[in-house]
Design a protein around this ligand. Structure first.
Ligand code: SF4
Length: 209
């Protein structure tokens, strides 16, 4: 198992040596807002909105002064914009009174309005405040395809990964894994032909061989 994990981590490092988030942001607060917006939406769509918005909305006070209705209007091209606008607004209310740097753990971030465990983990990984792996359906799919876990749900996978990976691996793996599922190990029609992980892949063995 350890040998396979080393092979997988090393291969993804080679594939994506400069892996980092594809979300656009200029400071940690904007990153958190972008992550809240990105649930069930592509980074590309979120960036399209935020490239303009973040030029003027740089901190929680800016968003509060804009007001909820206008936030809704500016982000209405994003899925679930009404819920996300409300979540951003409520989060800004808290962050206008307490500095974001105080929320430096998963547990503390989750006390912010509607910040899910995945949102918290993505934020901590990208800011490098701590090394964690955010598990969603995509990460769950790839880790199961590669035999790293044998689980039924993302939640179950999430509980396992911290026991399997070292902190050092998690810091890099979070970013390389996102790019891997997004561009290569896709849900439908993964690009197996050129993938060097065929030998350690359950999906390849069961579906392609
Ligand atoms: S062989 Fe295919 S399914 Fe397996 S990890 Fe590579 S791209 Fe994904």
């Amino acid at each position: 198992m350890k040998k396979n994990i080393d092979v997988i981590v090393e291969y993804l490092d080679r594939l994506f040596p400069d892996a980092k988030t594809e979300l656009y942001y200029e400071n940690d607060f904007q990153l958190l807002v972008a992550i809240i917006m990105s649930a069930q939406t592509t980074d590309k769509q979120v960036n399209k909105v935020n490239k303009e918005l973040f030029k003027v909305l740089k901190n929680p006070i800016d968003w509060l002064e804009l007001g909820l209705k206008k936030i809704e209007n500016y982000i209405k091209s994003i899925w679930f914009y009404k819920t996300k606008a409300r979540n951003i607004y409520k989060t800004c209310e808290i962050l206008s009174k307490t500095d974001l740097s105080v929320f430096d753990t998963i547990e503390k971030l989750q006390t912010l309005y509607w910040v899910w465990i995945k949102t918290a983990k993505v934020f901590l990984s990208v800011t490098k405040w701590t090394s964690v792996l955010a598990v969603d359906t995509h990460v769950h799919r790839v880790l199961n395809r590669l035999w790293i876990v044998n689980t039924k749900t993302p939640l179950e996978t999430d509980k396992k990964v911290e026991q399997i990976f070292t902190r050092e691996d998690l810091a890099r793996f979070h970013h390389t894994l996102i790019l891997f599922w997004r561009y290569i190990c896709k849900s439908r029609k993964p690009l197996c032909v050129d993938c060097e992980l065929k030998n350690v892949c359950k999906y390849y063995k069961n579906n392609i061989l």
